[in-house]
Structures are given as C-alpha cells and as structure tokens.
Design a protein around this ligand. Structure first.
Ligand code: FE2
Ligand code: FE2
Length: 207
C-alpha cells in the first residue's frame, strides 16, 4: 500500500474506485463492514450514473465513508469519521469527498450540502436493511428479494434493529425522492452487484 500512497501524494489526487477499495481493505478487515461499504458504493455509483455525476469520485467516497470505523470506532474527534477524513485530506482527497464523509455521520454536525453528501446519507442505512433481509432468506439470494418483503421488514421494528428507520426516511426526503422509489433503486443497484457483495445465493443454507 505504501506505493499507492506515494502515488496519491505524488500526483495530488487520483482517487478512483480501485485505489479507494485498496485503502478501504487496508484499514478494514471485517467482512461485514467491507460488504457494507461495497453495498453503499453499488448504490451511490448507480446514482452517479443516473444523475450524470463524477462516478469515480462518488464511488471512492462511498467506499471510504466508514473505512476508519474498525480502527477508530469512537464518535468523538479522535474517532470515526474524523480520523479517516484527516488521513484522506493528507492524501489530497477533494473537499467534496471529505465533506460528504463528514456529513454521513450526524454527530459531526457537518451539513449535507452537496448532492454527493445527500446521496451517500440516503444510501447508508438502507443498504443495511437490504443485506439483513437477504441474510435471513434460506436462499441468500438478493435476486429473489422483492420490495413487498422489504416494506414488511422496514415496518417490523424488531428486525435489524440497528437500521435507523428515521435516518432512512430523512435521507430520502433530503434527496427529494419518494422513499420506496429510492429503496427500489438501491435494491436494483445491489442486485446488479450480487456477486461482489456475496449475496448471489452462493452461501445458501443446505437442505
Ligand atoms: Fe459511518
Ligand atoms: Fe455506513
């Protein structure tokens, strides 16, 4: 990784998805946290294409939004996402990326002014509900997961308690999209990346 860092510093800024993914993997060993960032990336990159935005920037931002969480899980200034953002700033990451990463965590108090910040926030929690909904299916296949099932699970407060429903609603609202149109969009984006996310039924429960 040292050579990647040197290249980043040397050239000022080449944060494409691949470089971001390498940095994310260097800092994060947890499979579920990696999957979370890959899932958010699938959704955010789909929005970038949909809106004609800078896909490399949006992709890299999503891949790195929680990359410091495993090493610095605290929620104060010595923790997530402040430490990760400080390191990215040293590497020359653009302000849009840094602001969006700070903005995804409500405790930073940083406003979500850019489209990227709004999209990242809107995609963050909902991917957690979708992953959880796939993992309780015996087939573990996201292709088989439909919106009606997600609606039920969204309403069921006992299911995937860690997923803050209010944040999901607020995210869609800030984005200016109807909640279930948004969920359908994110689901489709994740279905297109089923293999990368390990949600393609490979880990189906045996008979
Ligand atoms: Fe976070
Ligand atoms: Fe996250």
């Amino acid at each position: 990784m040292a050579y990647v860092r040197a290249a980043l510093v040397g050239f000022g800024m080449t944060f494409d998805g691949e470089t971001a993914a390498a940095l994310m993997r260097e800092w994060t060993t947890s499979e579920s946290l990696r999957t979370h960032m890959l899932a958010v990336e699938a959704a955010v990159a789909a929005y970038a294409r949909h809106e004609g935005a800078d896909e490399d920037l949006w992709s890299a931002t999503a891949l790195l939004h929680d990359y410091d969480y495993e090493r610095h899980p605290g929620l104060d200034v010595d923790g997530h996402p402040f430490v990760g953002v400080a390191h990215l700033r040293e590497l020359g990451a653009p302000a849009d990326m840094l602001d969006a990463i700070l903005g995804h965590a409500d405790h930073t108090g940083v406003a979500r002014d850019s489209r990227l910040a709004k999209v990242l926030y809107a995609c963050d929690e909902i991917t957690g509900l979708i992953v959880a909904a796939v993992l309780v299916r015996p087939d573990r296949d996201i292709a088989q997961l439909g919106l009606p099932s997600l609606r039920k699970k969204f309403k069921d407060k006992a299911f995937a308690r860690g997923v803050a429903r209010d944040d999901v609603r607020r995210g869609a609202e800030e984005l200016g999209v109807e909640l279930w149109d948004h969920v359908a969009f994110v689901l489709e984006a994740m279905q297109a990346r089923a293999e990368v996310l390990g949600l393609d039924g490979r880990i189906a429960e045996g008979p």
